[in-house]
Design a binder for this molecule. Sequence first.
Ligand code: FAD
Ligand code: AMP
Length: 467
Amino acid sequence: MADYNVIVIGAGPAGYVAAIRCAQLGLKTACIDKWINSEGKSSLGGTCLNVGCIPSKALLDSSHHYYFMQKHAATHGISCKELEIDVAAMQARKANVVKKLTQGIGALFKKNKVTSIEGTARLVGNQQVEVTAADGSKQTLTTDNIIIATGSVPTQIPVAPTDDQLIVDSTGALAFDSVPQRLGVIGAGAIGLELGSVWSRLGSQVTILEALPDFLATADRKIATFAQRELKKQGLDIHLGASVTGTTVANNEVTVSYKDNKGEQQLVVDKLIVAVGRKPNTEGLGDIQINERGFIEVDEFRQTAVPGIYAVGDVIGGPMLAHKGSEEGVMVAERLAGQKSEMSYDTVPWVIYTWPEVAWVGKTEADLKAAGVAYKVGQFPFAASGRAQAHGDTTGMVRILADAETDRLLGVHIFGISASELISEAVVAMEFEGSAEDLARTIHAHPTLAEAVHEAALGVDGRMIHA
Ligand code: FAD
Ligand code: AMP
């Protein structure tokens, strides 16, 4: 008999969720993870909890409080004469949030009887995994099934090699111990915009260089245009069509060379963040089939070419988002326990945690035009929302796209306060194949920001009340 029914490799949001679900369903499960944090201690939760979703949101929230006190508090009748930033305290709070949550995964493993193993895993056969502990000792475990959830690491580009001092990746940018005066960011994706926002709110002069000609190329065009304008107002200097060609470090500053439609340009900064995406992490994993982009190849149920070996999360590509990986983990676990679970990517929500936030689910107008689908649009501005007015944050809008014939919801796009929370209503409605009429007939509490979603749904049929 094998040591385990399932061995999960990696304890990020894809792996730890898969492991817990396997154990809940009665499978004898171990989860192996190699993460060592900046204190030299092993830490569960992967990129997401240690150096991704959670610490970035902790700093976004702290920096937003500061920005609010500086720019908006006075309009609420609140004044503060001596506002100061204590970066060390801000970082300590972030570390504490991370510590609580990563330790929480350990507690969840215990409660659900998942065996947690510290070390680096390597496939040594279809049903064997070798684990090398931090002290170099090795053990080989046997298992009926393997779920690979080894995640991703920041992409490095030869034109801007990170040195962990002046040129850093997202992990380095989450750990600055002071506010850089001039900050460059390569890449205007979610990570570049979020980290750029953190340090801009705290006082950095931020320049973002993005190679693509369009801002947030995969988002709704109207939302992207509004978001770009708003971020510019906040001080983010975003250069589109700007491809970085080289960097030099001298005298404690970085000179970034880039090419745009005006020709060769240069930018001098005190710190440079490289945020050009993430690549799958399969290093040292052993014999596993990967595609030309380095992702592990899987079928619709996330099984690799080898029966009994599955892969989930960032390491298989698709939307490289924590919640995508978690759902894949749940599906694989349930199928291993004999259930017929399925999952599609059609209703995976996307969120960018700028202020305000950008969130969407489903198709954009560009997607629908390209597919020749006739659609109707309902659009409601937050400026017409009582709750947004009361809050003092009226930027942005909700846009709903519905099938012109059937009224089925095809896409929902939000730029505005709490968009990350508001999008869930749209996800649920779309998961149930709902229509704009379904949202329009749903009673929304007053006054709430969610009323803006309700109004946009009414707007699909030209019957908004408040705009
Ligand atoms: P990971 O979280 O990368 O976990 C993989 C784990 O496997 C790691 O712990 C690693 O140590 C371990 N491992 C790897 N190889 C081995 C091995 N051979 N043996 C043992 N263990 C191994 N996503 C969102 O959805 N929302 C956000 O707001 C968001 N913000 C982000 C902000 C930043 C700054 C970054 C960098 C990412 C962010 N992401 C966000 C992306 C998100 O973090 C990833 O999509 C998610 O962590 C992927 O989960 P995963 O489980 O596939 O892999
Ligand atoms: P994401 O993959 O969403 O995290 O975004 C990364 C962004 O970095 C993409 O929009 C890329 O176009 C951008 N990018 C990649 N390489 C470069 C480069 N050399 N110069 C400027 N932008 C880049």
